[in-house]
Design a binder for this molecule. Structure first.
Ligand SMILES: [Zn+2]
Length: 433
């Protein structure tokens, strides 16, 4: 079998990347329903395959986050073994360290980290704009009781400033001043060499005024046009490299008219797919996906950026999300929070000290088939690295498998039943996440 890591599709010496190496093939779509949130009761949830130069992604799919070209405490080989199809890294972090030219010289993100599969990079906008500001790391949030001041973390100054052309910010690593813009983000992401990249957009919070959200949607549209132009220029000039797909990002917070307008604007440009981004209130996360899908061509794949919880994944998958990235499994795992079919529990409970069973009864992951709760509990209490590894493997496997099962349920025509049973069981004990 040819390693796509060494020979990505659509790359030929002396030639620009061949765009036909990236495409989306739709398989089964959920039937319309009286409760469907799309126009005329449409439900946009579907199965399919995203073909990329470094391999295929069967969708809906979970995308683990390898922030700095690494899953914390878990090797890429182990990610493959647990069923992960693709990984997402952060352009901003890799821009700061080691620098995008290092990845370019290494042959791109996948080869640099020895991951034989598709990769994504975000635009860096989220990290740049949330510098020094206490933005939540995920998009779906419960804003009950939150005030505008709550978005600035105590004791922090705002380190990023948005203007018409881009964003100026202070590096959290060394305090030096940097600039991000549409062209700079595209340049960095082309050097990083992921299969799927995102256009540089402005991130707002749910606390911004309606007027600011409107201005921001228009500014994001202007930046999107510049991203497409720069992307095409770079694609034509960087010979011998595989084609990198570019997704436009739809903003508009909780406003239906803004989301629809932004979706139509982004869809009018020559993007390969769409990113559903920005702040969203949890209670309408499915509606927002449906509004966006109403206004865009069905043949483009859709990625939901920064998903937060199990019920959000179902809402987004039902309403058109094809891929979902989430930092929760790894971050929670390192803190001892273990995801199971019966909800989330903390392994550092006294009851687990003598529990020699697996983290989750019936789980087929490497951790559960080889190690006990008591041992993982001991490792995490002792801050042993292996504890991070074992907990992360189990949690990532939980989410990857959840999406595999959602995919099977759409193909098999039993999505509604599967969702009902899974959510009832997961939240039966008032579990978070
Ligand atoms: Zn497990």
């Amino acid at each position: 079998m040819t390693s796509l890591l060494e020979h990505p599709r659509g790359a030929a010496p002396g030639q620009p990347g061949d765009r036909s190496a990236f495409s989306f093939e739709q398989h089964v779509r959920l039937p319309d329903s009286p409760t469907g949130k799309g126009r005329g009761g449409a439900r946009y949830g579907r199965t399919g395959i995203i073909h990329t130069p470094h391999g295929d992604i069967k969708t809906p799919a979970f995308v683990p986050v390898a922030t700095q070209a690494a899953m914390k405490a878990v090797l890429p080989e182990q990610m493959t073994q647990l069923g992960a199809q693709c990984l997402l890294s952060n352009a901003f972090h890799l821009f700061e360290r080691p620098g995008p030219d290092v990845l370019d010289k290494a042959g791109g993100l996948a080869k640099f980290m020895n991951w034989d599969g598709p990769t994504f990079t975000d635009s860096g906008g989220f990290q740049v704009m949330s510098l020094g500001v206490g933005f939540k790391k995920t998009l779906a949030m419960d804003v009950t009781g939150m005030k505008s001041d709550d978005v600035i973390a105590k004791g922090h100054d705002r380190l990023a400033f948005v203007d018409e052309d881009g964003v100026t910010f202070k590096s959290p690593l060394n305090g030096s001043l940097h600039r991000f813009s549409a062209e700079i983000s595209m340049g960095i992401q082309h050097q990083l060499g992921a299969d799927i990249m995102f256009a540089f957009d402005e991130l707002t919070t749910l606390m911004n005024t309606r007027r600011y959200q409107e201005e921001s949607v228009e500014r994001t549209f202007r930046w999107a046009k510049r991203c497409v132009a720069e992307h095409q220029r770079l694609t034509a000039g960087r010979l011998g490299r595989p084609y990198q797909a570019l997704y436009g990002v739809v903003q508009g917070a909780n406003y239906e008219d803004l989301r629809r307008r932004a979706s139509a604007q982004i869809s009018s440009l020559d993007f390969d797919g769409v990113g559903i981004g920005g702040a969203m209130e949890k209670r309408i996360i499915g509606d927002i996906c449906a509004w966006i899908c109403d206004e865009m061509p069905e043949e483009r794949p859709r990625h939901v950026l920064g998903i937060a919880a199990v019920d959000d994944i179902f809402a987004c998958a039902e309403n058109g999300g094809d891929t979902f990235d989430c930092v929760a499994p790894a971050r929670c795992g390192r803190n001892g929070a273990i995801f199971t079919r019966d909800g989330r529990y903390n392994i550092k409970r006294a009851a687990n000290k003598y529990d020699f069973g697996p983290l989750e009864e019936g789980c087929t992951c490497y951790t559960c088939t080889h190690y006990s709760r008591a041992y993982v509990d001991h490792l995490l209490r002792s801050h042993e690295m292996n504890g991070f590894t074992l907990a992360t493997i189990h949690n990532e496997h939980f989410f990857v498998t959840l999406l595999d099962e959602i995919r099977a349920s759409i193909d098999g025509g039993y999505f509604d039943e599967y969702r009902g049973e899974t959510l009832a069981r997961f939240y039966a004990n008032g579990s978070r996440g």
